[in-house]
Write a protein of this length. Structure first.
Length: 343
């Protein structure tokens, strides 16, 4: 049997597809594997290059196969898609992965450790709780409005409404409706406690990470953003510059250039949506604080705010924060505070 040099593995829940070639590019193995057969199959192979798409469970399988002595490389699915021939099926996907992993210009995804995945899971869980809190507050506001009870604006308005529901003194709310509202209020209280617990765990991980604590020195970056950056980017050296990392997050303009004419549009919004949302929110907080205090430590931001809207300035600042974060992580540097300028 020919010696296998490269394997493309299309992963799934239970049925996996293998496409293996030798050094000459000839197909050696093309078969399906059940979940229990995957690791025994790779144990029987001599060390070789294994390509996977960076999708669900990919980091787990990458770690397991790497422990068997193979070189594993993860690739973004959108970069593998152009190598799929005609119809889409598992065999065609595995062949495309095997072809893409050999391309010299292919961009790879670093394999995350279980700890980094745990921190990201904590962030996702907190994000889910925040969405549930918003949904519950909207429901608690909307249902009493059907009986002519409209809550005031903001958090205080919701608290006043919850007190009114708990006392049960308003005759406009029927008993059956009040019981439903009490159930929603109990669920809201539980979700708020879970969000506070998630914040506590994020803060504990942040204090235990030297890199995360250094990133917190950047204006607009707190424990939430710092931990998300450290967990999402296990190896900052895979980016050639801060602009590459900013482009991966989706904070750089889209290009539609041709014939030597550059045409730049809005930001691409490609890449990590969660990090992009956090960075823009952090940038908005910096701008609000600058307007409140009357000065900022970003001189270029003063000039930008004079000619652009707040949201455009926030995206530009988020782009700059991402670049500064890359420089601090890749070069092991600390944040250098610039001189303050009038806002």
């Amino acid at each position: 049997m020919e010696k296998i040099s490269t394997i493309g593995l299309d992963i799934a829940k239970n049925v996996f597809q293998v496409h293996a070639i030798d050094e000459a590019g000839n197909v050696v193995v093309q078969r399906q594997l059940r979940r229990r057969q995957v690791l025994p199959f790779f144990k029987r192979q001599l060390p070789c290059l294994v390509g996977l798409e960076a999708c669900a469970t990919a980091h787990h399988w990458a770690r397991e196969i790497e422990n068997l002595g193979h070189e594993v490389k993860l690739m973004p699915p959108r970069y593998v898609k152009p190598y799929v021939k005609r119809n889409k099926n598992d065999a065609a996907d595995a062949e495309a992965i095997c072809e893409a992993v050999l391309r010299p210009t292919m961009r790879f995804v670093p394999i995350k450790s279980p700890e980094q995945q745990s921190v990201l899971m904590l962030h996702r869980t907190r994000q889910l709780f925040v969405r549930q809190r918003t949904s519950l507050i909207n429901a608690i506001r909307a249902h009493p409005a059907e009986f002519g009870i409209v809550a005031g604006i903001g958090r205080n308005g919701v608290e006043v409404l919850l007190d009114l529901i708990a006392k049960g003194e308003d005759e406009r709310i029927p008993e059956a409706a009040r019981e439903c509202l009490m159930a929603l209020a109990m669920q809201l209280h539980l979700v708020k406690r879970q969000i506070l617990e998630a914040d506590r765990r994020v803060l504990a991980w942040h204090r235990a990470s030297k890199v995360s604590k250094r990133l917190e020195a950047i204006p607009g970056v707190g424990p939430l953003i710092a931990t998300a950056l450290v967990a999402s980017i296990p190896d900052p050296s895979i980016f050639r510059s801060g602009r590459d990392m900013s482009g991966w997050i989706g904070l750089v303009p889209k290009q539609n250039s041709t014939g030597g004419k550059e045409k730049l549009g809005s930001i691409s919004k490609a890449g990590n949506r969660y990090l992009r949302k956090l960075l823009v929110a952090g940038a908005l907080s910096v701008i609000r604080r600058a307007r409140t205090l009357g000065y900022t430590k970003h001189p270029w931001l003063v000039r930008l705010m004079a000619r652009r809207s707040t949201k455009i300035a926030a995206v530009a600042l988020a782009n700059k924060i991402a670049r500064m974060a890359w420089a601090m992580m890749a070069r092991n540097e600390t944040y250098r505070t610039p001189l303050a300028q009038p806002a």
